[in-house]
Design a protein around this ligand. Structure first.
Ligand SMILES: *Cc1c(COP(=O)(O)O)cnc(C)c1O
Length: 367
């Protein structure tokens, strides 16, 4: 008996290349796109270890937990690293990046996370890209949490290494990911003696053995199920239209903010300015005296499938995450999440106004 997941026809080089081309179209990029057979941390680590070495001076922007990880990799590569940290309730500004260059003109590599699903903020990449381009530094961007939820335009923004994953707003698989690589980034890697070679982390291997060979022979067996899932999710985005997919995420974020404020009980948007709040996920500050993790646990008792989580690590006390991305970028998911939080707050003895929250969600969704 044939099995729909198991007995598949081989996935050849031409199909693999066509999926890469679809990713390139989504990103409106002429750069090379390399699909890597692992969760997005694979191309993120591959890009940083490929492009950075002992001669590198890096500006590492930290607006959430991923920025910390990238700083650790950069230091491990032998780079001199200047961290630019901003509080998680806000975004970094192009002026702050400009000031960092003024202080350390030798910076030749900038690492930035576009949107942070873990902290709920999003950074002005276009404006920052202008500053980075002016200074001629290489620009590395983690767009895993932004792609599908808001525009990601590596060519227009001067991004040299743009990493995406499909598991957030694209509503796709987590086991394959992609990176677009500029000519400048390839040159930097080729000149880096410490760049991974003959390694699973190596982007250069894909350049030399896949791209330069005309994409006719894969380096190893493709992650077939994940590739098919990535293709299906790209097809779905194309069919609905990327603008519509992004609009759904924008609406979900706006409705969550408005609904939480209307609910009352001390629940507030964690990111102060709506313009700095990520469309992919909305973070809320728990009322004083209530642990966010307790509220989330109670809310999930009403429905374990709700896209709710507490913040990671030390944020678990104060931060509630509403992960309204992918299939959960709907009015229903937002309403149900706020209703469950209302139940949890009521249990805790806090007065809330569920009707006002529903009203705010409906009004925001229509706009
Ligand atoms: C989700 C995400 C990733 C991928 O990491 P996972 O936790 O494994 O999903 C990378 N970067 C950012 C900014 C993310 O939000």
């Amino acid at each position: 008996m044939t099995h729909p997941f198991l007995d598949l026809a081989p996935l050849g080089a031409d199909r693999f290349a066509s999926i890469e081309d679809r990713v390139a179209r989504l990103l409106a990029t002429e750069q090379d796109v390399v699909i890597m057979q692992g969760e997005a941390l694979l191309p993120l680590e591959g890009a940083i270890r490929g492009a950075a070495g002992p001669g590198t001076t890096a500006l590492n922007v930290i607006t959430g937990p991923y920025g910390q990880t990238f700083g650790n990799w950069l230091r491990d590569c032998g780079a001199t690293v200047y961290d630019l940290s901003v509080p998680y309730h806000t975004a970094v500004t192009a002026d702050q990046v400009k000031e960092a260059f003024a202080e350390h003109p030798e910076i030749d590599f900038v690492s930035l996370v576009h949107a942070e699903a873990a902290t709920g903020n999003t950074n002005p990449v276009a404006e920052i890209g202008e500053v980075v381009r002016e200074r001629g530094a290489l620009f590395h961007l983690d767009a895993v949490a932004s792609v599908g939820a808001e525009p990601v335009l590596p060519d227009a923004w001067g991004v040299d290494l743009c990493v995406i994953g499909a598991q957030k707003a694209m509503g796709g698989p987590a086991g394959v990911s992609a990176v677009s690589v500029s000519e400048r980034a390839w040159a930097r890697m080729a000149a880096n003696p410490r760049a991974p070679r003959r390694s699973y982390l190596s982007l250069l291997d894909w350049k030399e053995r896949w791209i330069d060979g005309g994409r006719t022979a894969l380096l190893h067996a493709p992650a077939q199920l994940e590739m098919l899932a990535l293709e299906a999710c790209l097809e779905r985005i194309e069919a609905v239209g990327p603008d519509e997919v992004m609009a759904r995420h924008r609406r979900a974020a706006a409705a969550t903010r408005a609904g939480a404020s209307a609910l009352g009980g001390g629940l507030e948007p964690y990111v102060h300015e709506a313009s700095e709040a990520a469309p992919v996920a909305t973070t809320l500050r728990a009322p004083a005296g209530v642990a966010a993790s307790d509220l989330v646990a109670r809310a999930l008792e009403t429905d374990p499938a709700l896209p709710l989580a507490a913040g990671g690590g030390p944020l678990a006390k104060e931060m509630i995450r509403v992960n309204h991305y992918g299939a959960d970028a709907t009015r229903e998911a937002v309403e149900a999440s706020l209703t469950a939080l209302a139940t949890a707050l009521t249990d805790h003895g806090t007065d809330v106004d569920v009707e006002a929250a529903r009203h705010a969600v409906a009004g925001t969704w229509r706009r």
